[in-house]
Design a protein around this ligand. Structure first.
Ligand code: UD1
Length: 325
């Protein structure tokens, strides 16, 4: 298939480009390289630019006879979205609207959208959310993504374009071959930050809150290996291509680990444990956030291969030690 991947030079997008390339698809990456890396694009052609540039996007769609779009390009830092909401509504929502208009005009058939568990906000006490759970985002990042989901749904109802929105839980880990990885500047995600602390790039790791109503008092999340998240995109495309209806799916493993469990798993791979400081809770963090994953398993033949916290951390640490960019 001819596929446009926006944000294909970024962390998750570049891993998906690698998987698509290995499957023999023809790929065009559109990335403005604000957070992405040219070297991360292992397959296809790279066009440098913005998804909001309608002339550029229309030309790319037309010249390459694009049949499917995978849309990763977005800002993703929650506290930044609180401080600068228009940046998030501009890039994540308005630019998605522009991209969708170009897709409509060009007759693109399939659209895979990078959504997020942040659309759920603070879940109920069980901490597990299904696609039918209420969506009540508590920050502009989550809202900007939810607004895009809604636009996509309505456009697809009107035009017959088919879409899957994948709601990512906590993505972590890196390509097992070590060719690409996560080099996002000013990272905030736990496993990335912990690996930076483990390799001396940070002085210490802060634990945000030790008084949550969880067994060890720290927050629990559903960490999914980036390669499994990548194969979920391939499964979603196959599903649509086989005639599947537009839908929204959670992407996680369906079970969680606490911050302390993550740190213990990391320390087991180190000669010297990481320096840890216990601090107050971070605003807006739910105690527990775990995916109900029944839907993606029922609809798409997705088989995760790396449902193993040790392996997720091993690959992230390997990248942190031998990053190529
Ligand atoms: C992250 C993303 C969010 C995304 C969601 C689901 C951010 C800030 N959040 O949420 O955009 O929608 O995944 O994919 O980018 N923690 C520490 N110390 C740290 C960092 C984190 O204790 O230095 C704790 C947090 O309090 C939380 C857990 O680790 O309990 C995970 O946090 P993090 O990796 O930042 O991800 P989320 O905030 O869950």
């Amino acid at each position: 298939m001819n596929i446009l991947v926006t944000g294909g030079a970024g962390y998750i997008g570049s891993h998906v480009v690698k998987l698509l390339g290995e499957q023999g698809h023809t790929i065009v990456v559109l990335d403005n390289l604000s957070k992405g890396f040219r070297e991360a694009v292992l397959y296809g052609k790279l066009e440098v630019g913005n998804t909001g540039d309608r002339e550029l996007v229309s030309r790319i769609l037309r010249e390459n006879c694009i049949e499917a779009v995978m849309h990763f390009a977005a800002h993703t830092i929650v506290p930044e979205s609180v401080a600068d909401p228009l940046k998030y509504y501009g890039n994540n929502t308005c630019n998605t609207r522009n991209l969708l208009e170009c897709c409509k005009d060009a007759g693109v058939e399939y659209f895979i959208f990078s959504s997020t568990a942040a659309v759920y906000g603070i879940p109920g006490t069980a901490g597990t959310v299904s696609e039918e759970s209420e969506t009540r985002p508590i920050n502009p990042y989550g809202t900007s993504k939810l607004m895009s989901e809604i636009m996509l749904r309505d456009l697809c109802t009107a035009t017959g374009m088919k879409y899957v929105a994948l709601r990512y839980f906590n993505v972590a880990g890196c390509d097992p071959d070590g060719r690409i990885g996560q080099s996002t500047p000013e990272a905030t995600l736990l496993i990335k930050v912990a690996c930076e602390a483990a390799t001396g790039k940070r002085e210490k790791l802060k634990i945000f809150g030790t008084d949550y109503p969880t067994p060890d008092g720290t927050g629990i999340r559903d960490y999914i290996h980036v390669v499994d998240l990548g194969t979920a995109h391939l499964a979603a495309l196959d599903y649509l291509h086989a005639g599947g209806e537009s839908t929204v799916c959670n992407c996680g493993y369906g079970h969680g680990f606490s911050v302390r469990e993550v740190i213990d798993t990391l320390n087991a791979q180190l000669d010297t444990p990481v320096r840890v400081e216990e601090t107050d809770r971070r605003a807006g963090d739910p105690p527990s956030l775990i995916a109900d994953t029944r839907k993606i398993h029922e609809l798409m033949s997705w088989q995760p291969e790396y449902d193993d916290l040790h392996e997720i951390i091993r690959s992230a640490l390997n990248w942190e030690r031998h990053a190529r960019f």
